[in-house]
Every structure is written in C-alpha cells, then in structure tokens.
Design a protein around this ligand. Structure first.
Ligand SMILES: N[C@@H](CCC(=O)N[C@@H](CS)C(=O)NCC(=O)O)C(=O)O
Length: 208
C-alpha cells in the first residue's frame, strides 16, 4: 500500500482532520466543525520530547508528549474536523504552535473513531522525531516526573500539561490503561509534598 502523505490529506479540500494526543486534546485553539474521541495504530505516546517554550525554557526544558512508532501500540486522543474554509488559518496557527515553537513535524495517520458506526479516516498528526534538537528521549517515570515537577514556560507549568492529559484520559478513555502516563502522574504527585514544603501546603494541594 502506498504510504499516505500529508499532501494526500491536503488534496481533500472539503475538510481536514487533525489528530491531537497531547495539549491538542484539551486546547485545540483553532476552529473546527466537529471532534471525536478515538485512536491511531502503530504509535505509542511518550513524554520524550523537550519543550523550551510552552512548558519550559532553554535552561530547564519541560517534557511534553510525542509519538514513537510501535506496531503493537495504539494511542488515544481527539480528531478534529476542520472546514475547508478554515484549513489555511488552522494550519498557519498549528505550524507556529507545533512546528516553529514545538519542533513537531506533520505525518498522515489513519484515525479510528471510538464510535464504530463512524468509518476510519485520514488525519494529520504532529510528531517530534528523535532527530529533533530538543528531543529528550526515554527516561524513567521518576526522572520524567522530577523534570515536570520543576519546569514551567510561557504557557504555564509542566504539571498542568501532565494533569490535563491525565484528566482527558480518565474522563474520555476510562477503559484505556496508559501505563506510561499514569506512572508519570503517580511519580509527579509523590513529589508534591517535597515541592510544596509545608504540611499546610500539602493538605491544601491534597484537597484541591
Ligand atoms: N502534537 C501533540 C502534542 C502537542 C503539544 O503538546 N504541543 C505543545 C508544543 S511543545 C503545545 O502546544 N503546548 C501548549 C501547551 O502546553 O498548553 C498533540 O497533538 O497534542
């Protein structure tokens, strides 16, 4: 089967589908006609990409997610359908947010909606590959948590990035066991008492 290219997707002028699996699941920030929860096959989501803008800086890059090829894996997220008339503005925005500021490149993937009555379709996805200058690569959940716990950037704290993705998966994909994500969540939350420093602050955090 010929490898589908982003040009193939762009050829369909009626609408364009964008698949989000990180901050795009909670903050698309572009106009779309509809969205649906589902998954892509052949990739696993990993906190292996650095971020020296949104959730970190040049001295202390945060950790954000990318996709790593794994033929036995699938990654859940949200696909957004963008109307033909909004495609140019959407891609211009995502190019700045994802490519220029985030170091991601685009790939074409097949998206499988959770609603089985909806047919699979092509979607554009933003991926940071290992040859990317700010790619950080594999690390233990504890090492990743230690980085997330202390980093922040122009858009906010790296912890917020982590917990919003956790909240999406627990709310919209409760049946999916994302071991990598939840191990990092547990390791990060275990650091909170030390980060917050005082019992009062810890109890405040616990009740938040
Ligand atoms: N490309 C992934 C990850 C996107 C992502 O997290 N990109 C970062 C750029 S490094 C971002 O937009 N961050 C905005 C934020 O942290 O709120 C997705 O489809 O969701």
């Amino acid at each position: 089967m010929n490898k589908t290219t982003t040009q193939d997707i762009m050829a369909e002028k009626t609408s364009l589908w964008i698949f989000g699996y990180g901050s795009l699941v909670w903050k698309p920030d572009f106009k779309f006609k509809m969205s649906e929860v589902g998954y892509i096959q052949g990739y696993k989501r990993r906190f292996w990409h650095g971020d020296n803008f949104h959730r970190g800086n040049k001295d202390m890059p945060g950790r954000v997610v990318t996709l790593v090829e794994d033929k036995d894996a699938c990654t859940w997220g949200v696909a957004y359908e963008v109307n033909g008339s909004e495609i140019e503005e959407c891609l211009k925005y995502l190019n700045m947010r994802e490519a220029v500021l985030g170091g991601y490149i685009t790939r074409a993937v097949e998206f499988f909606p959770r609603e089985e009555c909806h047919l699979p379709h092509l979607a554009l996805v933003y991926i940071a590959t290992c040859d990317n200058p700010i790619y950080l690569g594999p690390a233990s959940p504890e090492e990743i948590a230690a980085q997330i716990a202390i980093c922040r950037g122009k858009t906010g704290h790296n912890i917020e990035y982590l917990l919003r993705l956790v909240e999406f998966m627990r709310s919209y994909c409760p049946e999916v066991e994302d071991e990598h994500l939840f191990a990092i969540e547990a390791a990060t939350l275990s650091l909170m008492p030390y980060l917050l420093g005082s019992k009062q602050a810890m109890s405040a955090f616990a009740s938040a």
